[in-house]
Design a protein around this ligand. Structure first.
Ligand code: HEM
Length: 420
């Protein structure tokens, strides 16, 4: 099939995007789609070029416009519009959607909480959560690996780091998940209403807890944000409610969804490639490299966006000012120019860690050290205590979320043998 035959929003293209990515690499590493008013960038080198130059490529629309042309139109129901407006108070540019110089000021506030040193000290605590989760199903020989394990670990970790009870965050997230899981996904109006209401309740809850932290500080991110002084041109000032909500919202989406997706996808890779699982079980020191290889092969953040701030030529293609660019990190990670036999899952790949799954440059994932720790510890314990993973035939074949931003399995029911 040639490039023109693919529709990037088509559910089947989203389910198995790899032939589409190959066509992009072959035919147009910068692919203008005039009817969508945007260009898709898929080559490893060109995405590097873009993310390293925030002055030319702004992050202001990092998660894309509200609706991509070609998506279903959103309902114009007045009550819904009001709920959307209130919910959108968290949409102020702080981390992901901020450009220099503002971006660095917000980033330095969160950096300390997620620094490599602080994260390294969390290993024992992460292992305790993993052990408790595995204890919960190890004797059953079967598990819904996504809901009972992959989703639970990052949810518990991010709730603890933010400083809210795990059960409360889980409860809110269950109700609000639809909007967050597929930021851009279209839902029927009644569902959107429920999701928006849950989102607004969660915001109120966060603000209440932030106010409490001003009175009673603790060692958590809520306290950091509630008591932070932001440097501005006119001196320093406390963060306002919108900024606090914006940062918290990003931390829980980016902190939970992505890591959960990777853990689920890596398990499916092991089911599809049992010889790779055996290699890692025989030599657990390969787990760190396996983590990088899984991030490369099944990148949980498929794509994010940039907008050109001036006329520029990228990969030989002239882009007018204000062109929306979809950066397909997942395609770059399968670019043959950067990775030999790119489609192959190889836990011993020497340059696996060169991937762009965490992006690069100013917006390089601030949670990368934490994500790597969670994934490594998760598989150290899973591979030590369980083996012979296979799909549970009682359930339909696993499918991915139909999102063009995130890639992850909706559900993964597996059977396994117990080792320890
Ligand atoms: C496997 C897991 C993860 C993946 C694949 C991932 C991927 C990414 C990517 C691709 C970006 C860069 C965006 C850009 O260039 O525009 C990013 C940024 C970010 N990530 Fe992650 N992430 C993961 C885990 C986490 C975790 C665990 C946290 C928090 C605890 C987190 C928080 C963030 C935040 C706040 C940003 C925005 C940083 C900025 O704009 O300065 N991520 N992530």
């Amino acid at each position: 099939m040639s490039l023109a035959d693919y529709d990037l929003l088509d559910p089947e293209t989203l389910e198995c995007p790899y032939p589409f990515y190959e066509a992009l690499h072959r035919e147009a590493p910068v692919y203008m789609i005039p009817q969508m008013g945007m260009a898709v960038v898929s080559s490893f080198d060109l995405i590097h070029e873009v993310v390293r130059d925030p002055a030319t490529y702004s992050s202001a629309l990092a998660t894309g416009p509200q609706n991509l042309p070609g998506e279903i139109e959103r309902s114009t129901d007045e009550e819904l519009q009001e709920l959307r407006r209130v919910n959108a108070r968290a949409n102020v540019p702080t981390l992901l959607a901020a450009d220099p110089p503002h971006h660095a000021r917000y980033r330095s506030l969160v950096n300390k909480a997620l620094s490599a040193r602080r994260v390294a000290a969390m290993e024992g605590y992460v292992r305790e959560i993993v052990t408790e989760l595995i204890d919960g199903f190890i004797d059953d020989g079967q598990v819904n690996f996504t809901s009972q394990f992959a989703d639970e670990l990052p949810m518990a970790v991010i709730a603890d780091q933010i400083g809210v009870p795990r059960t409360e965050l889980r409860d809110f997230k269950r109700r609000a998940d639809f909007a967050i899981g597929g930021i851009e996904r279209q839902v029927p109006p009644e569902q959107e209403r429920a999701v928006l209401q849950a989102g607004i309740e969660l915001q109120e809850y966060f603000l209440m807890r932030a106010a409490e932290r001003r009175q009673h500080p603790q060692d958590d991110i809520l306290t950091t944000l509630a008591t932070a002084e932001l440097e501005t041109e006119d001196g320093s000032r406390p963060l306002n409610d919108q900024e606090i909500l914006s940062i918290l919202q990003q931390l829980q989406v980016a902190g939970k969804e992505t890591t959960a997706h990777l853990i689920g996808s890596a398990m499916l890779l092991f089911i599809e490639h049992p010889e790779q699982r055996v290699k890692v079980q025989q030599d657990p020191s390969l787990i760190a490299n396996m983590t990088e290889e899984a991030l490369r092969v099944e990148s949980p953040v498929r794509a994010l966006f940039r907008t050109t701030t001036r006329e520029v030529t990228l990969g030989g293609v002239a882009l007018p000012k204000r062109t929306l660019l979809m950066l397909l990190f997942a395609a770059a990670n399968r670019d043959e120019c950067a990775f030999e036999n790119a489609a192959q899952f190889d836990v011993e790949r020497e340059n696996a860690g060169d991937h762009l799954a965490f992006s690069w440059g100013a917006h390089y994932c601030i949670g990368a050290a934490l994500a790597r720790l969670e994934i490594r510890v998760a598989f150290e314990e899973v591979l030590r205590r369980m083996t012979n993973f296979r799909l549970d035939p009682a359930y339909p074949a696993p499918r991915h979320e139909p999102s063009y931003i995130l890639r992850g399995l909706q559900e993964l029911h597996i059977l396994f043998d117990k080792l320890a």
